[in-house]
Design a binder for this molecule. Structure first.
Ligand SMILES: Cc1cc2nc3c(=O)[nH]c(=O)nc-3n(C[C@H](O)[C@H](O)[C@H](O)COP(=O)(O)O)c2cc1C
Ligand code: SF4
Ligand code: SF4
Length: 448
C-alpha cells in the first residue's frame, strides 16, 4: 500500500489532509474528534489579540439545487481566551503525538509576535502559521490581509517570528492581491519555511433586495467578508501553480481553497502542494468526509503507482505553460454520439448564439443535431453544456506531426500584422451574414 505520511517543511503528519484554521479547529474537542476520524493535521483557529465577534457571520452562495458552493464570513480570529487554547493544544498533542498541530497566529507588535510564538511552542505546537490573509475586520486594524498585501511588511514580520521560532514557520497568504508570487517571495526572504494559500477572497455574496443590505446582516447593516468553498478552487489552483512554478518560491506549499473530495486534493498535490487544508467542506459535511478522502487518495496512488505523496507533488506543473508556448497546429473538432444524444439541442443553442454557428439541426425529422466541421473551431462549449456524459467528444483532426507556437512564430517573423493578414486565425472562416439573423430559421438552416 502507498505511504500517505508526509514531512511538510519538517512538520510530520500521517497524511496530507489538514484542517484549515477556522471554526472546525476552534477547540481541542473538535481537533481530537477530527484526528480520531482520520485527519492528519490541524491548523488551530488563529490565536492573537483579544477580539469581539458579531452575529450573524456567514453568507452562502447556492447554485440551483446545490447549497453553499461558496461561503462568505465576517468572523475574526478566535475569541476564546489564549490560555484555554494553549492548554487544549497541549492536551491534543498528548493524545495524538504523531499528528500535526499547527498554531495559527496573528498579533501586531514585535514583542507580541515573540511572546505568542513562545507560548504556542511551549504548548507543544509542531509548527506555526502566520495569518497574513484575513480580508475583513483584522485588516482594518493593520493585520491579516493588510500585511499580506504589503510584501515588505510581510517579510519583516516573518523575520521577527523567525528570530525566536524553533518550529517550522508557514506563511499564509492572501489571494486579495494581483500577483501572489510577490508576497510568496517575501515570505522566502523573511525566512519562512513554507507558505500556505489561499485565505479567503474579499467578497459580497449577495444583497437582500427587500431590505437593501448585503449578507450577512448585522442589525440591518453588513460588511464585506471572505469567500471560500468549492467556488474558489480555480482561483486557488492558479495561485498555487504560479507560486509552485516560480523559482523564487522554493519552499513547500500547503494548498487551500475549495477542497471537498480526494480528487480536489490530488489536483492541488499535482500542482505543487505537499499538504492540503480544508475548511468549508468540513463546515458543510463534518469531519467524516476524511474517510472517503483517504480511501480515494490511496486508490488513486495505487492506480498511478505512486508510493509516496512526494512522488506525485508537482507532476502536472511541467504541462502548464504560458499561452505563447501552446501548439497552434493542434486541432480538435466536436463529435456527437448519435446513440447517446437525447435531442435536447442545448449544444445547438450554445454554439449558434454563443460560439461559432457550427451545429446544424436536422431538416427532416429527428432531434439529433450535427456538427458542421468546417465551422467548428474546437472551443469545447457544446461538450460542456451537453447534459449527457461523453455524448459530445472532441476528436483530434491534425496528424500530430506539426508543432508551432506563437512564440516560435514571433521569433520567425510569421505572426499576422494586419487584420486581413492571411497568416492570421479566423481569416476565411464561415460566418453567416448579419441579414441571415433575421431570416426564418428553416430557411437559414437549409442555406447552411
Ligand atoms: C468562518 C471562517 C473562519 C475562518 N477563520 C480563519 C482564521 O481564523 N484564520 C485563518 O488563517 N483562516 C481562516 N479562515 C480561512 C480558512 O482557513 C481557509 O483559508 C479558507 O476558508 C479557504 O478554504 P476552504 O475553501 O476549504 O474553506 C476562515 C474561514 C471561514 C469560512
Ligand atoms: S446537448 Fe448533447 S444530448 Fe443535447 S442535443 Fe446536443 S448532443 Fe444531444
Ligand atoms: S466545439 Fe465550439 S465551435 Fe465546435 S461545435 Fe462545439 S460549440 Fe461549436
Amino acid at each position: 500500500m502507498p505511504d500517505l505520511s508526509i514531512n511538510f517543511a519538517g512538520i510530520k503528519a500521517p497524511n496530507p489532509f489538514w484542517l484549515a484554521s477556522a471554526p472546525p479547529t476552534n477547540s481541542g474537542y473538535q481537533v481530537m474528534k477530527a484526528f480520531d476520524a482520520g485527519w492528519g493535521g490541524a491548523v488551530w483557529k488563529t490565536l492573537g489579540v483579544p477580539v469581539v465577534n458579531v452575529s450573524s457571520r456567514y453568507g452562502g452562495v447556492n447554485y440551483k439545487d446545490k447549497r453553499l458552493i461558496g461561503l462568505n464570513n465576517i468572523e475574526l480570529i478566535t475569541d476564546r481566551p489564549l490560555i484555554d487554547n494553549l492548554k487544549e493544544i497541549e492536551e491534543v498533542k498528548k493524545h495524538f503525538p504523531d499528528h500535526a498541530v499547527i498554531a495559527s497566529l496573528m498579533v501586531e507588535t514585535k514583542e507580541q509576535w515573540h511572546q505568542i510564538v513562545k507560548d504556542a511552542e511551549n504548548a507543544g505546537a509542531d509548527g506555526l502559521e502566520l495569518n497574513f490573509g484575513c480580508p475583513h475586520g483584522m485588516c482594518e486594524r493593520g493585520m491579516g490581509s493588510a500585511v499580506g498585501q504589503e510584501p515588505n511588511v510581510l517579510e519583516t514580520i516573518t523575520s521577527w517570528v523567525k528570530e525566536v521560532a524553533t518550529t517550522p514557520v508557514i506563511v499564509k497568504l492572501t489571494p486579495n492581491i494581483t500577483d501572489i508570487t510577490q508576497p510568496a517571495q517575501a515570505a522566502v526572504k523573511g525566512g519562512g519555511d513554507a507558505i500556505s494559500l489561499i485565505n479567503t477572497i474579499q467578497s459580497l455574496v449577495g444583497v437582500d433586495i427587500d431590505n437593501f443590505v448585503t449578507y450577512p446582516v448585522v442589525d440591518g447593516k453588513s460588511t464585506n467578508g471572505g469567500y471560500c468553498g468549492p467556488a474558489v478552487k480555480p482561483i486557488a489552483l492558479n495561485m498555487l501553480k504560479n507560486c509552485a512554478q516560480h523559482e523564487g518560491v522554493n519552499i513547500p506549499i500547503s494548498g487551500i481553497g475549495g477542497i471537498e473530495t480526494w480528487r480536489d486534493a490530488v489536483e492541488f498535490l499535482l500542482l505543487g502542494a505537499s499538504s492540503v487544508q480544508v475548511c468549508t467542506a468540513v463546515m458543510h459535511y463534518g469531519f467524516g468526509i476524511i474517510r472517503e478522502m483517504l480511501y480515494g487518495l490511496e486508490q488513486y496512488m495505487v492506480e498511478k503507482k505512486f508510493d509516496t505523496i512526494d512522488d506525485m507533488v508537482g507532476k502536472a506543473l511541467p504541462n502548464v505553460l504560458t499561452w505563447e508556448n501552446l501548439n497552434l497546429k493542434y486541432k480538435v473538432v466536436a463529435d456527437i454520439n448519435e446513440d447517446k444524444c437525447i435531442g435536447c439541442q442545448l449544444c445547438y443553442t450554445a454554439c449558434e448564439d454563443g460560439a461559432h454557428q457550427a451545429i446544424g439541426l436536422p431538416t427532416e425529422g429527428g432531434r439529433v443535431p450535427h456538427i458542421i466541421e468546417d465551422n467548428c473551431v474546437g472551443c469545447n462549449l457544446c461538450s460542456l453544456v451537453c447534459p449527457v456524459e461523453e455524448c459530445i467528444t472532441m476528436e483530434r483532426k491534425d496528424d500530430g506531426k506539426k508543432h508551432v507556437t506563437w512564440k516560435e512564430r514571433t521569433e520567425a517573423g510569421t505572426i499576422p500584422t494586419t487584420f486581413d493578414d492571411e497568416r492570421g486565425g479566423g481569416v476565411g472562416h464561415y460566418i453567416p451574414s448579419p441579414a441571415d439573423a433575421l431570416k426564418k430559421k428553416e430557411k437559414y438552416r437549409i442555406k447552411r
